[in-house]
Design a protein. Sequence first.
Length: 75
Amino acid sequence: MHSGSQPMTDTPRGCTSPFPFRNHRTMAEVMEREQAAEIRRAEAASPIDQRRRDAAASDRLAEALARSAGQPQTF
């Protein structure tokens, strides 16, 4: 049961907008996006991780080229 003088809403404390998350389905989705952005920032800060991602991307490109070898290319 809600008690107190504040109206029962799903808006965050201090937020004056009646639709603070109108561009997002749920608060969990907002948190998930923030967490993903934080992970990307952390990865970008690590040169070792960057080299691993570059190597993985290079491997994926090589595999894709090997699979497409001999097949007609359509653009």
